[in-house]
Design a protein around this ligand. Structure first.
Ligand SMILES: CC(=O)[C@@H](O)[C@H](O)COP(=O)(O)O
Ligand SMILES: NCC(=O)COP(=O)(O)O
Length: 238
């Protein structure tokens, strides 16, 4: 079974546009769960352009499924995660001003940092996932940090899907098999959508979770949140 974690960053973007509390992201998170989401993902960025630090605290008690916090492990971020203690933290190597995530970690180059962070998060009882590309040696290095999971950066898959979906998915199949062999769970995300998700899920083994935000929230404008979540769940049906 592959879980669907709904990333609600873009709901917060809309809310922030007017500086008030519409849409209410706590209500949206609760409704996502009600409509079948297996988890909620947020990616607080240093400029608080969408999810704010206060949102992370407010969301903690109301999320009944899995709470996944993604982000760059700055001092502030580490403190936030160790206080809030979500179900999972996903470490992403984004520069503070990044438009969006655009690459996974170079794990060998950051092995000490990542190993120390895994220890800190484990001491707080938080499952730890490392955002990576499909390079096999890099994934083996992720296992050496003691991390529980990797999250595969799926933009390269999404970009190539239209022209050659078999070619697009192949490195992800190999990466997921290598991660599983190394004892890691496998998450995936970035630019997954109703177009490309079913094929990814059918072909990539050992897929624990996908986190999806941008496309899902855009689809909800046309289909409504309930129908949208239902369609994404159908793409993940075994
Ligand atoms: C790690 C990842 O791929 C997602 O968290 C993505 O970066 C979403 O962040 P934005 O919503 O800020 O684009
Ligand atoms: N980890 C990926 C995520 O949470 C959502 O990415 P996207 O669907 O907004 O591209």
């Amino acid at each position: 079974m592959t879980n669907l974690s709904v990333n609600i960053n873009k709901v917060a973007t809309l809310r922030n546009a007017r500086g008030e509390n519409v849409p209410n992201i706590l209500q949206v998170a609760t409704d996502c769960e009600l409509f079948g989401a297996d988890g909620i993902t947020v990616h607080p960025r240093p400029d608080e352009r969408h999810i704010k630090k206060a949102d992370v605290f407010d969301l903690r008690p109301i999320i009944k499924t899995e709470f996944n916090i993604e982000g760059f492990p700055s001092e502030d971020f580490v403190k936030l995660v160790t206080i809030v203690k979500p179900s999972q933290v996903t470490l992403v190597p984004d520069a503070p001003d990044a438009l969006t995530s655009s690459a996974g970690w170079d794990v060998p180059a950051n092995i000490e940092l990542l190993s120390d962070l895994v220890e800190i998060f484990h001491s707080a009882g938080v499952r730890t996932s490392i955002f990576v590309g499909t390079d096999i040696e890099n994934i083996k290095a992720a296992a050496r940090t003691g991390a529980d999971r990797i999250e595969l950066y799926t933009k390269p898959y999404a970009d190539l899907y239209e022209s050659s979906r078999e070619k697009a998915v192949k490195p992800f199949i190999e990466a997921s098999i290598a991660a599983h062999k190394a004892g890691l769970g496998v998450n995936a995300g970035h630019d997954l959508s109703l177009k490309n998700l079913e094929f990814f899920h059918k072909n990539v083994p050992f897929l624990n979770e996908v986190s999806i935000g941008h496309a899902l929230i855009c689809d909800a404008l046309y289909l409504g949140l309930k129908e949208t979540i239902c369609r994404y769940k159908e793409c993940l049906a075994d």
